[in-house]
Ligand binder design. Sequence first.
Ligand SMILES: NC(=O)c1ccc[n+]([C@@H]2O[C@H](COP(=O)([O-])OP(=O)(O)OC[C@H]3O[C@@H](n4cnc5c(N)ncnc54)[C@H](OP(=O)(O)O)[C@@H]3O)[C@@H](O)[C@H]2O)c1
Length: 357
Amino acid sequence: MAQSAALVNSPRTQWFTRRFASMTTTFFIGQIIAIVSLSALLIFALAKLVSRQGCSHVSDGYGRAVLITGCDSGFGYQLARCLDHKGFVVFAGCLFPEGVGAQSLARQSSSNLKILKLDVTNDEDIQQAKKIVQESLPEKGLWAVVNNAGISDWAEIEWSTVEDFHQMVDINLFGAIRTSIAFLPLVRAAKGRMVYMSSIFSFFNCLNMGAYSVSKRGLEAFADCLRVEMASFGVKVSIIQPGNFGRATNILKIKTGFDIWEKLDKERKQVFNRQYVDLANEYFVSSCRTGFENPDLVIDAMMHAVTSAQPKYRYLLVSVTDMFFFKLFPHLPTALADAVFSLSSMYARRQEMLYAK
Ligand SMILES: NC(=O)c1ccc[n+]([C@@H]2O[C@H](COP(=O)([O-])OP(=O)(O)OC[C@H]3O[C@@H](n4cnc5c(N)ncnc54)[C@H](OP(=O)(O)O)[C@@H]3O)[C@@H](O)[C@H]2O)c1
């Protein structure tokens, strides 16, 4: 008896008892964590299912209208054709309604597609376009506005003027803001979609893209805030972020090293030598020529944003091999993100050539 009591109270037995008790507690906590995670997952899946049922896929566009800006060429032109094909009434905003692009779009489309004169920097154009849209809306109203119009240019910040920044922002950012404010009441009435054509340069900071990045980062800030405000009205907001599709559209504006050099003042000419400007120009043009030749990836994403029951908040459109890098990039600490560029041969050449005679 005394022997068994001694055994029960022995340090070894007490150690086992404590260990068993602590294992039971750990097991119990583990179970609670598992149950809570599983319930959260189930609630999330259920919420997704319910929201999916509440909102139907727009399989054909019958009775619905879409306004697209910048349809003279590129993504806007292609999207207008696809939506027309799907039976939507398409209001195709064009900078030059009598131009080659707009006329070819009109010829290739059904009578449901209407070309509108729409310079997104011009308030009168926007009001006039709104009047025409309102007068000829089909029964289900204005389902979507695709803010696609845009320009691009490249230059180091010190090679640019304030006017260069102003022009870029006026088209790429304020153009979308003007259009959105004017047409939102119509889209809200249809519980429809607002789509914004951004770019990877909204988050990818690199040489030469200052003005473009400012315009696209601002555009995303606008779209993100709008998404929060519009959620209670049932309007969904999507952002499209294409990578390099320079060969698939007319976005590339080719310029020469001479064009850039001539714009520099005396002080800048002493810092950036002429050879570097030529090299940077060649590098930029050649890297643009390595981009996608086919716009389908972007057009499919735009179609998804307009027609899917569950449009994505963001569509990142880069090659499969680049996807991991671009997904990771925005989450890198700034110092690490900046260091990525120091690995590029162009950065090293630039470093060597600055101030050189
Ligand atoms: N292609 C790419 O690699 C790429 C990558 C990322 C993002 N994006 C974005 O995609 C959008 C469409 O560009 P895109 O590549 O299809 O190039 P695009 O072929 O040049 O198309 C842009 C269209 O916008 C029009 N536009 C220019 N200024 C305008 C204004 N003030 N008002 C109304 N329309 C105007 C252009 O007309 P004109 O031709 O007469 O100038 C052109 O039809 C842009 O927002 C661009 O920033 C393009």
